[in-house]
Design a protein around this ligand. Structure first.
Ligand SMILES: [Zn+2]
Length: 208
């Protein structure tokens, strides 16, 4: 979409587009190479670097059970067809949120000892473009979608947020502490930048 002042002649707009041709092309190409992955539709769910295969069965009630690398989802036959997909996504999301609660609790406990800090509460969040946050009261919030990334990437965000309990900013001291505690942090940051658009369960990312 091109925005231009209403009194600008078409020829000037065309000229401008021509001049910016390479830039436009480059960005359009970049967009199409950003392949989103519909994990739910593929039936393959990444979990901290492992891959679970999704097994859906019709049943009299809805439930989710993890059995080895298989994630069994029983879908109640009472749910009508038009809601099935949304219901499936809700059930799998709840599974991930529970896993996130358990895994992040364990990792926070592990890393807080190394950093000599103490968190007070863990909040599992669902954000579109944010991975974590931490406040001065020790409340650490983490995005459950980090579990779609490898464990070493999710671990970095845990370290990052806990390091804020020592430095409530992104000062040189803060980054020094992060680097000391988690030397591969730059790789983890790069991973999140490059894969952020793939860390959704479906390609219709409807969360806030
Ligand atoms: Zn930060």
């Amino acid at each position: 979409m091109v925005f231009a002042p209403s009194n600008l002649p078409q020829s000037s707009i065309d000229l401008c587009m021509l001049e910016k041709k390479n830039w436009i092309q480059r960005h359009l190409e970049r967009r199409t190479t950003l392949t989103v992955i519909d994990h739910l539709a593929l039936g393959k769910l990444p979990l901290l670097g492992e891959e679970l295969s999704l097994q859906i069965v019709d049943d009299s009630y809805s439930a989710v059970t993890l059995e080895g690398q298989k994630l069994w989802v029983q879908l109640s036959h009472r749910i009508n067809k038009s809601n099935r997909q949304a219901h499936l996504e809700k059930l799998v999301t709840q599974f991930y949120q529970q896993q996130a609660q358990d895994w992040f609790s364990e990792r926070l406990t592990y890393w807080q000892a190394k950093l000599d800090v103490r968190f007070s509460t863990l909040q599992v969040k669902q954000w579109r473009r944010k991975w974590g946050s931490c406040d001065s009261k020790g409340v650490v919030s983490l995005n459950w979608r980090l579990l779609l990334a490898p464990a070493w990437v999710a671990d970095y965000v845990v370290v990052h947020e806990l390091a804020h309990l020592r430095y409530m900013n992104h000062s040189a001291n803060f980054w020094q502490l992060v680097a000391l505690t988690y030397p591969q942090y730059k790789l983890a940051e790069a991973y999140l930048r490059e894969h952020q658009h793939q860390l959704f369960l479906t390609n219709v990312a409807q969360d806030q």
